[in-house]
Design a protein around this ligand. Structure first.
Ligand SMILES: [Cu+2]
Length: 177
């Protein structure tokens, strides 16, 4: 792939990422209504530590109350890059296409992330940063927090959308008490 083709593909990626983000922030309906919204640390009722391995989570599933805000501490204990992403199966499917682009562009390289490329301005004010509030993308040994407010009962999973990982079983159910 030559440089100009790479640039055009990058633009397409960043436009789809923007459309996705707009959908997620769309309060009363659509995807946002079933997965919840970014939470405040001060409102978190508890902390759940989630360990990521190649290719599964520990714990394999979690239980929450509708409306509960949970502070997740996510630790990558595997040898590959992994994601922790809270969403509906449809959201995960859409995000897997974006992650495929990140692999094709060399942003995700097995056990490493190309941070320079993630921060690169694509020329339209957007970048390929992976910074949605419902997810973290971690290199081996990294740990980060996600604070999420679950709004209602729904079909919600936490999942890794790095290509092949979801298919290998790297997702877990969110059960509502
Ligand atoms: Cu993974």
């Amino acid at each position: 792939m030559n440089a100009s083709k790479l640039f055009v593909a990058g633009m397409a990626f960043s436009m789809s990422a923007t459309a996705f983000a707009a959908g997620a922030h769309d309060g009363g309906h659509g995807h946002g209504a079933t997965s919840g919204e970014p939470g405040k640390a001060s409102e978190a009722s508890r902390t759940i530590t989630v360990e990521m391995y190649d290719n599964y989570y520990e714990p394999e599933e979690i239980s929450v109350k509708p409306g509960e805000t949970v502070r997740f501490v996510v630790e990558n204990k595997g040898n590959l890059v992994h994601e922790f992403n809270v969403g509906t199966p449809d959201m995960h499917e859409a995000h897997q296409e974006e992650m495929m682009m990140m692999v094709e562009h060399g942003i995700i390289q097995g056990g490493k992330l190309n941070h320079d490329m993630m921060n690169m301005d694509m020329g339209n004010g957007h970048s390929m940063k992976h910074d949605d509030p419902n997810s973290v993308l971690l290199e081996p040994g990294q740990s980060k927090e996600v604070i999420w407010k679950f709004s209602d009962k729904g079909n919600i999973e936490f999942a890794c959308n790095v290509p092949g990982h979801y298919q290998a079983g790297m997702y877990g159910e969110v059960n509502f008490e």
